[in-house]
Structures are given as structure tokens and as C-alpha cells.
Design a binder for this molecule. Structure first.
Ligand code: NAG
Ligand code: NAG
Ligand code: NAG
Length: 187
């Protein structure tokens, strides 16, 4: 039986909650699906932070299943990929370059010069997920293969160091409640 973990992000802006101001909403870069294509979006979570343990605590989604610690070798090029589960990924080392939707040709050199966008194809966006800031180091992957039926995203780990990820799937592939702030990664 898998543990039912409840995921909470601690934020460094706890003072705002303590001071009774409107709490800052949490924005997380997501890979979602639009019209059968994987797309990068900036999601604003509906979660209202709770002040406890000297921190602002944001629930991220509902129940989660077993977290996985993953190590990806330097300069790994995966090609077209889809989210295996709707999950939160936190990067501890290295770099992920995500191009979405995936270029029409599943080929590394071709990826840097994507083919012209076809009819109804969303604009190609690129995101760099890396340690450093709250915005850069967290990603929600929600583009299941059953949803992104025309094109998934394209994943590369171009760093000279291994990329270390902690991946936390949401139970039932249920994405956290959110609104879409804009297309592309949160900046
Ligand atoms: C999330 O985005 C909103 C709208 O752009 C912004 O006001 C807010 O400060 C952002 N939250 C954080 C934690 O940066
Ligand atoms: C989370 O799991 C608990 C225990 O199984 C369950 O009672 C609850 O309804 C679940 N919450 C959600 C949002 O699925
Ligand atoms: C990838 O695309 C480049 C440029 O179009 C081409 O030169 C190369 O042969 C392709 N490689 C493979 C493995 O298809």
C-alpha cells in the first residue's frame, strides 16, 4: 500500500501572512495539453497559504503517491516525451531544457531549428528548469500521452553534471487546482 503523502511547499515570504496582507499566490511552470499538443504554461495555484511553523505553507494538489529520486547522466537527450503521471518535479542539480510542443522531427539537431508551425499547432516554447530560484526549480508535468495525442514535449539534460530530480506523482493523476497566467514558463 502506497503512503498518502500530503505535499506542502514552505515559502520564505511567511512574513506576509503574519502581517495579514493578501497572501502571494504560488506560480509554477507546467507542461499541459492543448488541442492534443503539449504546451508550456504558467499556472497560478488556487492554494491559500496557511501560517504555521514560522512558514507560509501552500498545499500543492491533493494526495500524492511515492516520491522518486532520479539521477540522469550528463548530456542526456531523451527526445519526445510525455508525463508518465501528473506529477510535481523538483530539480536539485543539473538542467532540464524543455521544448514544447516537441518539434515535428524527433531529432536533436533538428530540435534547435523547429519546423514551421503547422495549422492549429501552438507556438513552440522553451523552458529551462534548474536549481536557483523558486520559479526555476519546480515543474508540474501533466501532459499525459493519452491527452497529448499529436505531439508531446521534447526533453534534454544538457548539463555537464548529472541532473537530480525528485518526482512526486499526484494520486489519480489529479493536477492541482489552478488558473493559467500565461503561455510559456513562469518568468
Ligand atoms: C505570481 O504571479 C502573480 C501575477 O503575475 C504575481 O502577482 C505574484 O507575485 C506571483 N507570485 C510569486 C510568488 O512570485
Ligand atoms: C486523500 O486520501 C485520504 C485517505 O485515503 C482520503 O480520505 C481523501 O479523500 C483523499 N483526498 C483527495 C483530495 O483525494
Ligand atoms: C537530424 O537532423 C539533421 C538536420 O536536419 C540531419 O542532418 C541529421 O542527419 C538528422 N539525424 C538523424 C539521426 O536523423
Amino acid at each position: 500500500m502506497l503512503p498518502n503523502l500530503k505535499l506542502v511547499l514552505l515559502a520564505s515570504w511567511a512574513g506576509q501572512v503574519l502581517a495579514g496582507q493578501t497572501p502571494t499566490p504560488l506560480n509554477i511552470t507546467a507542461i499541459s495539453t492543448r488541442d492534443g499538443y503539449s504546451v508550456l504554461e504558467c499556472w497560478q495555484l488556487a492554494s491559500i497559504p496557511v501560517d504555521a511553523m514560522s512558514a507560509a505553507n501552500y498545499a500543492v494538489g491533493g494526495n500524492t503517491t511515492t516520491a522518486t529520486w532520479s539521477r540522469i547522466e550528463p548530456r542526456t537527450y531523451i527526445g519526445q516525451a510525455w508525463a508518465p503521471h501528473v506529477q510535481l518535479s523538483i530539480i536539485l542539480n543539473g538542467l532540464i531544457r524543455i521544448t514544447s510542443p516537441a518539434p515535428a522531427s524527433d531529432n536533436v539537431s533538428a530540435a534547435s531549428t523547429p519546423l514551421p508551425d503547422g495549422e492549429g499547432r501552438p507556438e513552440t516554447q522553451v523552458a529551462y528548469i534548474m536549481p536557483g530560484t523558486t520559479k526555476s526549480s519546480v515543474l508540474i508535468a501533466a501532459d499525459l500521452k493519452a491527452l497529448s495525442t499529436i505531439a508531446g514535449h521534447y526533453t534534454e539534460f544538457p548539463s555537464d553534471e548529472p541532473t537530480i530530480l525528485v518526482q512526486i506523482p499526484f494520486e489519480g493523476d489529479k493536477a492541482p487546482e489552478h488558473t493559467i497566467l500565461h503561455e510559456g514558463a513562469c518568468i
